[in-house]
Design a binder for this molecule. Structure first.
Ligand SMILES: [Zn+2]
Length: 411
């Protein structure tokens, strides 16, 4: 019999696994036990005994890790090749329904925190409240709302068009008033917008500086979508905290700039690489194939210079960028940027959490952190592809029911 007058103990469980990657490494902790209470980790270590009377979840066949943190997703894009058309024309109810499905799929794949860097009508902020109230419904969400872009510029169809110093400042204030967690600015053109080119600047330095000043004055981090060397340099000069993509695509080809790369490292700008996709997608165009060696050289230049590299997915923009597809990005950051698997795992857990401003709560398995955990088959430090084989997901201490299809069917 329950009675309101009785003290109810917060729900406690203890999770046993074969080994634990805590988000930092350098190696595994063997025979770990993680004790969870009220959605938080209260104890994590090797050779511990479960507290008396606590339910023990036995995952001794699995490797336990922090839930993955995807620092670049678009829940409002439905991961089809018609995603732009859908987000432009869907009514609000239909769009929210597809976003809820995207959130559920993301969580089932082991991604327990996402930073949404471009929605329509601030719907990802509404979804943020839903998954906060019901953690089993989706990942924890940090959201920018519609990205700030020029009239007719990259992703104009998301509704964030503005220009001029005053316009940009007002747009940043609007996002702060709406409760956004981060400000996103399209500093250059991008690939998914008709009539937009990756190498073209969208804003002048005065506008970018105003955006960064206003965001920081309001206590918000600010990140920019930027491809071209000139666009990247503008964003760095303006004092942005992060850069998305950072491909160095110039009009005449990829041109990674060593001085600029050193500056990214020195200033501690977090660069989110959005590499990786489902295998079996369309082959590279001849032009992409021609640029590939220079692109890869740019990635390796950033790694060697010590730039903070964060693993993101850009989930949603195409059919080959499915929601929950971060594991493919982890594999790609190893293959293309040359990160060691250990650094790739960090870049999708503790490093990503720090870049998203939640490094004190997410991305680490230790006492005091949120109990967002996953169990995978295999040895992700030897082969990050193990992240494709997620067998257990906990969000805020609650075990998420995994559909066999979700958990195993993501090729
Ligand atoms: Zn994006």
């Amino acid at each position: 019999m329950r009675s309101g007058s009785l003290e109810r103990r917060p729900e406690r469980i203890a999770i046993r696994a074969a080994r634990l990657f805590d988000g930092h490494g350098p190696g595994y902790l063997l025979d770990p036990l993680v004790v969870v209470e009220g959605g938080r980790i209260v104890e994590a270590g090797a050779g511990l005994e479960p507290p008396p009377g606590v339910e023990v979840v036995d995952l001794r066949g699995l490797t336990l890790l922090p839930g993955l943190v995807d620092s670049h997703v678009h829940l409002a894009l439905n991961a089809t090749d018609e995603a732009v058309d859908h987000v432009t024309h869907a009514d609000e109810a239909a769009l929210l329904a597809s976003m809820r499905a995207a959130a559920a799929r993301t969580l089932a794949a082991g991604v327990t925190t996402v930073r949404d860097l471009g929605d329509r009508d601030y719907l990802s902020l509404r979804l943020r409240e839903e998954t906060a109230a019901d953690p089993a419904a989706g990942p924890a969400i940090l959201a920018s709302g519609p990205p700030i872009t020029t009239p007719g510029g990259h992703c104009w169809f998301l509704g964030g068009e503005t220009s001029g110093v005053d316009g940009v400042r007002a747009a940043v204030r609007e996002r702060a008033e709406r409760g956004a967690d981060v400000v996103k600015v399209m500093a250059t053109g991008g690939g998914i917008t008709a009539g937009s080119a990756m190498h073209e600047r969208q804003y002048g330095r005065a506008e970018l500086r105003a955006a960064a000043e206003e965001a920081h004055r309001l206590g918000l981090p600010i990140t920019a979508h930027a491809h071209s060397p000139e666009g990247i340099a503008d964003v760095v000069a303006a004092g942005f905290d992060g850069i998305e993509h950072c491909t160095f695509y110039a009009e005449d080809g990829v041109r990674a700039d060593e001085g600029l790369v050193r500056e990214l490292a020195a200033r501690g700008v977090a660069v989110t690489l959005t590499l990786g996709a489902l295998p079996g997608g369309p082959p590279l165009t001849p032009e992409q194939a021609r640029q590939l060696p220079a692109f890869v050289a740019g990635l390796r230049m950033m790694r060697q210079a010590g730039v903070t590299l964060v693993c993101g997915s850009d989930s949603g923009i195409f059919a080959v960028k499915p929601h929950g597809g971060l594991a493919h990005s982890v594999a790609a950051i190893v293959d293309m940027a040359g990160l060691a698997p250990l650094d790739a795992l960090r870049s999708a857990t503790s490093v990503a959490a720090r870049a998203c401003g939640v490094g004190e709560r997410k991305g680490t398995v230790a006492a005091g952190f949120d109990a967002d955990l996953i169990g995978v088959e295999g040895d992700p430090l030897a082969d990050p592809a193990a992240l494709l084989d997620v067998r257990a997901v906990f969000r805020a201490g609650r075990r998420v029911a995994l559909d066999e299809q979700d958990a195993r069917g993501r090729g």
